[in-house]
Design a protein around this ligand. Sequence first.
Ligand code: F6R
Length: 247
Amino acid sequence: MKVIKCKDYTEMSKKAAGLFAAQITMKPDCVLGLATGSTPIGTYKRLIELYQAGDLDFSRVKTVNLDEYVGLDGSSDQSYRYFMNENLFNHVNINKNDTHVPNGKAADLAAEGENYEALIRSLGGIDMQLLGIGNNGHIGFNEPNEFFDKTTHEVQLTESTITANARFFASMDEVPKTAISMGIGTIMQAKKIILVANGSSKAETIYNTVYGPITPQVPASALQLHPDVTIIVDEEAYAAIAEKCGK
Ligand code: F6R
């Protein structure tokens, strides 16, 4: 695992965008795994700037998102499909038919999970996966658990995640209680993984991800077993590593 410490959110976002830009330049028809939430917004903004400056071409890029709330369709402004359109896809020359988000309205979520796995396989796998991380160590919506979930599946969101995500909804009651998410196994099959985190609320979980035991209680700790992971954090998210490791 490589850990890159940045001075702030802007630098973190630029560094992450730089790696994705390099991926697109090296392989214009690459498959990107994408994340939602607050953390990657700056990365997407920077990618849009690079596109607008004529430095990036998304016309052959394909994307698969990590997750979606169950019960929301793409027209709902809290859905992750809507988020991706608003924060990236509407602003670059990507073909929307090549952008994929799990279907949170699928009648049969188990079948949707299997179809999503088949879709990723049919695209040839994920070249570069972007991840945020929950305060509790979740990646995608793989919450702390007794075991690592392997493939795309329905998940029950924990109280901690529901509380953290309530900021995007009018009230706590409106936050969906379930989601459909790539599994840890799906994520681990990506060829390269970039995880971004900022702010002091992520410091402890970043320390546990990098230096803690590999345990499904900290789902991101599985990344220690992946051969090509880069963690890009601001100073606040790095603070527990700095304190406990003296660096
Ligand atoms: C989003 C996702 C989640 C978020 C995580 C952090 O697609 O899969 O794992 O990355 O909840 O969210 P923020 O960035 O809002 O702190």
